[in-house]
Design a protein around this ligand. Structure first.
Ligand SMILES: Cc1cc2nc3c(=O)[nH]c(=O)nc-3n(C[C@H](O)[C@H](O)[C@H](O)COP(=O)(O)OP(=O)(O)OC[C@H]3O[C@@H](n4cnc5c(N)ncnc54)[C@H](O)[C@@H]3O)c2cc1C
Length: 506
């Protein structure tokens, strides 16, 4: 029996559950032990692990393919890290994570991630190798407090490029070999519950009509985030709507379907305002750390900050646009900056662990911005101002004031560390255009450490699991980069752990 919510208390349209389909409209009924909803990294991990453990599992996906994106897959520990002699102090890492989250997280979930993600990554690694990828560690972290990042970002290199979809592809191929039935173009629409509230299956919309899937053990919601649903963003993540654009693929599939279905079934959210993953990569992908100015020609922040710090400040500027201003001698200062700052967008986001940072790579990333039409260069600052949409006099004044701070080695405007103050004096000068892209809204359903969805009394809804970006509890008001790529690490680990729990039940 479908359990209806009290419609009179609904505030947003997504809070009102749809009527269940008429029996006559159901074209097919399928029975299995577990149905996994969504073929992203989380859903694929859950489905493959379930099948390995002997569970009769079906995977359904809204789009026409598995999905994946990005380049960093972060866990604090793995056999690959051990091979490289890289070891994190987990207790220190956890304190940093909690601090960066403003204490607004579930520390049981955090420690489940810290203690169990190695198992999941070590499970994944051979599957990626079998699919022809080369696992590697990434060496671009922000090494100093208060934004300290730890090692643990893994990348998987297919013939020279780093693309996250290849990792999903390796699990898709593995799952296909295991014989997991996968239904594409088949979005889940509603959960089915029995009279005790236990989730016993779902309805989905296949190309042939409505399908009822009965799952005797579990439904696993792995439908990704809410970033593609404007109303949900207004309700839970209004800042997501202030970014320049979303870079999520498959575009439009991340409409919080799992969040909604669980809400209708009695689930609750882990946080009221969801944390957001944003990167300063809407225009150029290389922001450096010298001088940022907005369209008014004004400096507006301490440039010495990590990826989220940049994205959040850029978003607040007129038209969400700013320029990173770079002098002709910028590359001379990059390497010495790395013991203070760093991380992605400081320069090269794809440096392999153990590889030397080179001037050439840094110069190449700026040249790429120019050839991509995202940066301009001029011999003088006056000419540069003429080439970008900026208030010229304010800009020249800003550079003069900034240079004075650099010469005095004392930034009383925004407090940049003296070691990172280099004047913008030597030409030619480059202006790199920057803006904030929305990647994902990484908050969601309240879950316990078995990945069961919790109700308002903090009791698990039997038969209902959620993983990856459909869940919350791991971040405060923004995505935490204490380990780069930990959102992938979470999707992988939560999928793996949900499978372990489901398979262990009779
Ligand atoms: C451009 C970009 C780059 C990124 N780079 C990184 C990175 O380097 N490191 C990192 O950690 N994170 C990165 N992320 C975030 C990362 O991709 C996600 O956090 C992660 O993939 C979440 O995995 P998931 O399985 O929970 O969800 P998803 O990967 O979003 O998968 C959800 C799947 O569910 C499907 N679906 C949705 N609704 C339904 C429905 N009703 N029925 C059936 N299927 C449904 C979707 O089509 C999708 O295939 C990036 C994100 C973007 C957009």
């Amino acid at each position: 029996m479908y359990k209806a919510a009290d419609e009179s208390t609904a505030k947003w349209s997504f809070q009102i559950p749809p009527a269940p389909p008429a029996q006559a409209d159901i074209v097919k009924e399928i029975s299995c032990e577990a149905v996994v909803v969504g073929a992203g990294l989380g859903g694929l991990s859950a489905a493959c692990r379930l099948k390995e453990l002997g569970t009769d599992v079906v995977l359904i996906e809204k789009s026409g393919s598995y999905s994946g994106r990005g380049g960093h897959f972060g866990v604090p520990d793995s056999s690959l890290m051990e091979q490289h002699g890289v070891k994190n102090d987990l207790k220190e890492l956890a304190r940093q994570w909690v601090l960066m989250s403003g204490n607004n997280i579930d520390q049981e979930l955090l420690w489940t991630f810290l203690n169990r993600s190695r198992e999941a990554m070590d499970w994944l690694l051979p599957k990626t190798v079998a699919a022809g990828l080369t696992p590697a560690l990434v060496d671009c972290i922000y090494p100093s407090a208060p934004y300290r990042e730890f090692y643990g970002a893994h990348s998987f290199i297919p013939k020279g490029n780093i693309r996250g979809s290849h990792v999903s592809k390796s699990l898709f191929e593995y799952g296909s070999k295991l014989g997991i039935p996968m239904m594409f173009h088949t979005p889940a629409t509603q959960l089915i519950q029995d009279s005790d509230g236990r989730v016993t299956g779902l309805f989905a919309k296949s190309p042939d009509g409505i399908v009822q899937i009965n799952a005797s053990k579990a439904v696993v919601l792995a439908t990704g985030d809410i970033g593609g649903d404007e109303e949900m963003c207004r309700a839970y993540a209004p800042d997501a709507l202030r970014t320049q654009a979303s870079q999520y693929v498959p575009a439009g599939c991340n409409t919080g379907d799992g969040h909604k279905m669980a809400l209708w079934a009695g689930g609750v959210m882990a946080e009221e305002v969801f944390p957001i993953m944003m990167h300063p990569q809407h225009y150029a992908w290389c922001s450096l750390f010298f001088l940022f100015v907005n369209k008014d020609g004004k400096r507006f922040m301490n440039e010495d900050t990590y990826v989220q710090g940049r994205a959040t400040s850029f978003m607040r500027q007129p038209d969400g646009v700013c320029y990173s201003i770079v002098a002709g001698d910028f590359a001379d200062h990059m390497e010495e900056s790395l013991k203070y700052g760093g991380g992605i967008f400081w320069g090269n986001a794809r440096l392999k662990y153990g590889a030397q940072w080179t001037k050439e790579q840094t110069i190449a990333s700026v040249e790429k911005a120019i050839s991509d039409g995202m940066a301009v260069r001029a011999d003088t600052l006056e000419e540069l101002a003429g080439q970008i949409e900026i208030d010229r006099d304010a800009f020249l004044n800003t550079v003069a004031q900034y240079n004075a701070c650099c010469h005095a080695k004392d930034d009383r405007q925004f407090g940049k560390r003296s070691e990172l103050l280099f004047p913008i004096e030597k030409g030619p000068f480059t202006a790199i255009k920057l803006g904030t892209a929305l990647l994902e809204v990484v908050g969601g359903l309240s879950i316990n450490t078995k990945m069961q969805v919790m109700d308002e009394n903090r009791k698990p809804i039997q038969g209902l699991y959620a993983i990856g970006d459909t869940t919350g509890g791991m971040y405060g008001h923004e995505y935490v980069t204490t380990i780069l790529g930990n959102s992938h690490g979470r999707a992988l680990t939560w999928g793996y752990l949900a499978a372990e729990d489901i398979a262990s039940r009779n």
